[in-house]
Design a protein around this ligand. Structure first.
Ligand SMILES: [Zn+2]
Ligand SMILES: [Zn+2]
Length: 181
């Protein structure tokens, strides 16, 4: 999929709106990762996206659904795993300031919750990236029951228990016993 597929010309929006169906996979994730090296994906994911764009006066309504799998690192055991995600979104994009006369501009500035589109284009690429980021858990886990990595010897405790003394590796209070009063 060419990057320009996701730059939607406002002129394409007819009265009935515009429906877009996309599959985002390796190429899309690779481009994103390249432009944003801080991303913490373990690899490309797979997303099916449906978006409906519609004009509402000066504004553009963007209503969408995304569904698929993201590839993440578990925050406890560091293994990569596929996280199923699903999200609906509803955005109202106001025209960027340069498209409004002064009076309208003041109104828009007062309304800071709004997203904007600029020029004659809706940047669906950045909208979709933002929506994908919103689906990411703060602490991704491969499983709720993930035992993580032993802080002492580094063994993956999902594979097998390590040889560290049980109270030290599992109990957060283990160290208290060593404190001399
Ligand atoms: Zn894990
Ligand atoms: Zn250990």
């Amino acid at each position: 999929m060419h990057p320009s597929t996701l730059q939607i010309s406002v002129a394409r929006l007819r009265d009935e709106g515009l429906d877009i169906h996309l599959k985002l996979s390796e190429e899309w994730f690779a481009r994103w990762q390249e432009e944003d090296p801080n991303l913490e994906f373990a690899g490309p994911g797979e997303l099916a996206v449906q978006v409906h764009l519609e004009r509402h006066g000066h504004d553009i309504l963007v209503r969408g659904h995304l569904e698929g799998t993201l590839n993440l690192h578990c925050s406890r055991c560091l293994a990569s795993f596929g996280l199923p995600v699903e999200a609906d979104f509803d955005l109202l994009l106001a025209p960027g300031p340069e498209q409004l006369n002064e009076e309208e501009e003041e109104l828009t500035r007062a309304d800071l919750d709004r997203d904007f589109y600029t020029g004659e284009t809706v940047n669906l690429e950045s909208i979709l990236r933002e929506q994908v980021l919103l689906t990411l858990p703060l602490k991704p886990l491969c499983a709720e029951t993930c035992k993580g990595i032993c802080p002492h010897c580094g063994a993956d405790l999902n594979q097998e228990p390590c040889q560290c003394p049980a109270e030290e590796s599992t109990s957060p209070f283990g160290k208290l016993k060593n404190i001399k009063l």
